[in-house]
Write a protein that binds this ligand. Structure first.
Ligand code: ADP
Ligand code: ZN
Length: 742
């Protein structure tokens, strides 16, 4: 069998699929092109060079700013059977000599070094003696004075690079700003290179902002949601850290403090205890986190308000690197906001302006109504297009709060009726909130009895109500301008004054409302393609303690043995042979051999005691899918038919684990076969442009056809994006098919 990036992924790392962008980056490096890869924390940057390091003939050098992280990486690589060494100033002479001998003798694939080590004369000599194929600059933003962590030594890397002209260079960072990106390329002398940027959306993080009420109680709640699992609580000041740690101790919860006021030794001990699962909870200032690679942090609680959006994003990013569902909760209070504003006012000049700008960005994020991911990702230049993420307090709450909206519904519908059923939702809203717009005055609508009766709601609430009344089939759009008309059901409802229930459009962000209830989910559940059987919690706990015992014996963190997800899968499938153990996520050949027997024995004994049998992972999916596959309808037809039968787009996204854009893509494919979907208005709900633009797009389709979207995009001066065009293309084709069928 030939060795490829994919066989290494499976055989050495035990993973089935690449994470987004990993494959592109790896292939680009193997083609010997300089590469800049920008991925968020947890995006899987390490694999991007570790796999090439195993495929290239020469050695890979990894420049990394933190000695603690190098050690962590090397520990993890050793468990995978990948030889790697480090060269840095913390080594004693004997170790340093030993490691250079290993390199000279061709016994290593990767060398981790600090930037200052790379610049020493000794290294120049070493570089001449051994073949180096790849130079990796980890945390490459350190090269830029514009980055948040500038290190002057990084600037010198270009000199070393000039000494090794044939070596490919990979720069990695999680910092996305354009200025930093340009600086990296320039400082490293990249000419012919490629760039790869992953989305900064961390899909497995539940993002919540809730009012701070009784903060200590709220901290205990958070801890109790994940008993015995790792979590970080961030406080504003050292004093607050000490107070909270003491309070938790008083409640017999063991939590360790971490801040710059503690001795180096105490800080190191507390951090180690956290990494090695000897302590679950760290209460810390923002001093904690750099140099922590712990993948299984299940929650990050902001007990106090952070000072910037960028810092907040970095801090919440420490949760759930392993891709498992994790919670990031921020407790907001006006008191905290005023306190920080007061502190910032005491700064001066440029520093004050910059700090205030950063804090304002955070406040703006907190205050933006709607899905939290939209403003958060927008800050990093990304557009979040899904109608709901289902993983933030806002989206989860709006799913749940079904309530009586009879009165506002009556207001809206009677306003539609009184204005003659010839206006759209925006105009009706203007009347309700009492706006004297030109159009209102022109039609004398300021004299309607419904003028100004809806001032208690915001514009966006009324517009969202209008959408809901359409989904409830009480209003319908008609004509080319999408004017609203009452349906028969609406007339009945108005006459009989029956109760109308729906989701109440929210007035303001969650923090001003009651606390949303997030459905309590098992922390050990993970989302994946194949439906995993329920994990046995007793077996899971048993395997966790086995992992801890082995980790302590080997002096490595438990996660370097197996990730949590691996243990969850073992507890779900109960593998009992080496080959079925290898089917588990993260069990590569070396780890399988090294630790497999201990885990297998534990599983076999447990299963015997409890009368459990192995569930075959592959077999389960194969026997389920192969026979079905041959008779099954293509997926796009299945999805479109379910939509036609009344399922919502949201339901379909969840059921098939796909994105909204994919669903729309399926519909387009479906209507292109000549079929049609009833109620095309349902997908117009996802359209964001005005009716006038919609007409322009329709006309462009008349002129240019629907085969390609690019000509339409260009004709409209690139003002309507492709996602929007796809929705309108769908509408256009569907209407055409409907007409043809008549
Ligand atoms: P980053 O440096 O970008 O923060 P890491 O390289 O530390 O990310 O990877 C984050 C986590 O994801 C690690 O626990 C790693 O083992 C895991 N991981 C990386 N690639 C994959 C993959 N293809 N499939 C599953 N897990 C992966
Ligand atoms: Zn959301």
């Amino acid at each position: 069998m030939t060795t490829t990036p994919h066989t290494i992924l499976k055989d050495t790392f035990g993973y089935d699929d690449f994470l987004p962008r990993q494959k592109d980056v790896i292939e680009n490096i193997l083609q010997r092109r300089d590469t800049l890869a920008i991925m968020p924390t947890g995006g899987g940057k390490s694999l991007c060079y570790q796999i090439p390091a195993l495929l290239l003939q020469g050695v890979t050098i990894v420049v990394s700013p933190l000695i603690a992280l190098m050690k962590d990486q090397i520990d993890q690589l050793r468990q995978l059977g990948i030889p790697a060494v480090t060269l840095n100033s913390s080594l004693v002479a004997r170790e340093y000599f030993h490691n250079t001998e290993q390199i000279r003798n061709g016994m290593t694939r990767l060398i981790y070094m600090a930037p200052e080590t790379l610049l020493t004369g000794k290294i120049s000599n070493l570089i001449k003696e051994v073949q180096i194929d790849l130079l990796v600059i980890d945390e490459a933003h350190c090269i830029s004075e514009w980055g948040h962590d500038f290190r002057p030594e990084y600037r010198e890397i270009i000199k070393v690079r000039r000494e090794m002209p044939g070596v490919t260079c990979l720069a990695l960072t999680a910092t996305a700003t354009d200025r930093v990106r340009k600086d990296i390329k320039k400082s490293l002398g990249f000419e012919d290179h490629n760039e790869f940027i992953s989305s900064f959306d961390r899909k497995n993080l539940v993002i919540e902002i809730i009012p701070k009420e009784n903060a200590d109680e709220q901290a205990v709640d958070m801890i109790n949601q994940f008993p015995g699992r790792p979590g970080i609580i961030y406080c504003f000041s050292r004093k607050q850290v000490d107070l909270l740690a003491a309070e938790l101790k008083r409640r017999r919860i063991s939590a360790l403090p971490y801040h710059a006021g503690l001795s180096d030794d105490e800080r190191r001990r507390n951090q180690e205890a956290f990494i090695h699962d000897d302590a679950n909870i760290i209460v810390a200032t923002v001093a904690f986190g750099m140099g922590i690679n712990k993948p299984d942090v299940r929650y990050v609680l902001h007990y106090d308000l952070p000072k910037s959006l960028e810092g907040y994003y970095q801090e919440i990013g420490r949760a759930g690197r392993d891709g498992q569902r994790s919670i990031c909760r921020l407790l907001f209070s006006y008191g905290d906001k005023n306190k920080i504003q007061y502190i910032l006012r005491n700064k001066s000049g440029k520093e004050r302006a910059a700090a205030e700008e950063q804090f304002d960005a955070l406040l703006k994020y907190i205050d933006t109504p709607g899905c939290r991911r939209k403003p958060l990702l927008a800050y990093f230049g990304e557009t979040y297009r899904e109608p709901s993420c289902e993983m933030c307090d806002w989206c989860l709450a709006s799913q749940e709060k079904v309530m009586d909206i009879t009165i506002p519904a009556q207001k809206f519908m009677s306003c539609v009726k009184r204005s003659g059923e010839t206006f759209g939702a925006v105009h009706i809203t203007d009347i309700l909130i009492g706006q004297q717009t030109e159009k209102v005055l022109h039609h004398n609508h300021q004299n309607l009895s419904t003028f100004g009766i809806g001032k208690d709601w915001s514009r966006s609430q009324w517009l969202s109500l209008a959408d809901q009344l359409q989904s409830l089939n009480l209003l319908e759009k008609s004509g080319p301008y999408n004017t609203l008309k009452l349906t028969e059901a609406a007339s009945d409802a108005l006459r009989t004054r029956c109760t109308i229930t729906a989701v109440k459009p929210r007035l303001q962000p969650a923090l001003f409302n009651a606390r949303p209830t997030i459905p309590a989910k098992q922390p050990v559940r993970i989302k994946q393609k194949e439906r995993m059987p329920e994990a046995d919690n007793r077996l899971y706990e048993l395997l966790r303690s086995l992992r801890k015992t082995i980790a302590d014996r080997e002096h490595i963190p438990p996660y370097a043995i197996f990730a949590d997800r691996t243990l969850v899968e073992m507890a779900a499938y109960h593998p009992q042979t080496p080959s079925s153990l290898k089917q588990m996520h993260g069990v590569g050949s070396v780890k399988g051999e090294r630790f497999g027997n201990s885990f297998l024995n534990a599983i076999i004994l447990f299963c015997r005691e409890h009368g459990l049998n192995e569930i075959h992972k592959r077999a389960a999916s194969r026997s389920g899918s192969v026979p079905v596959e041959s008779t099954r309808k293509p997926k796009f037809i299945e999805v479109a038919e379910e939509f036609s039968a009344g399922k919502s787009v949201d339901d379909l996204c969840t059921k098939y684990n796909i994105q909204m854009q994919t669903v729309i893509g399926y519909f387009v494919k479906y209507v292109k076969t000549g079929r049609s979907i009833p109620d095309p208005e349902r997908f117009l709900k996802f359209s964001r442009v005005s009716p006038a633009i919609r007409c322009q797009v329709m006309r462009s389709f008349d002129d240019l056809g629907t085969e390609y979207l690019k000509p339409v995009f260009e004709k409209l001066n690139e003002t309507v994006d492709f996602n929007e065009l796809r929705i309108l293309q769908l509408y256009y084709l569907n209407t055409r098919n409907q007409k043809a069928a008549k």
